[in-house]
Design a protein around this ligand. Sequence first.
Ligand SMILES: [Zn+2]
Length: 81
Amino acid sequence: MPRHKTTDPGYTNPHGQRVIAGTGFPSETFPGQKIYHLRCTHCGHDYGANGTDIHTRRCPRHQDGAKGEPLREPPPNLFSA
Ligand SMILES: [Zn+2]
């Protein structure tokens, strides 16, 4: 039985922080890691976190967690720039 990875969309950690999706953008604080879109299931706050942080992440808004990494929307058309 495969283990449920903390980076899988739908994973929720013990603090109620849920993985929405991987953004594909590189982490600004942890070289080699990607930023994941997390959402607090308590207050609905959206923020970014790198892959190593997900299982211990606390909500930056109401659980006194560390400030999230920036969430950037992917460009609508990669070839328009
Ligand atoms: Zn929250």
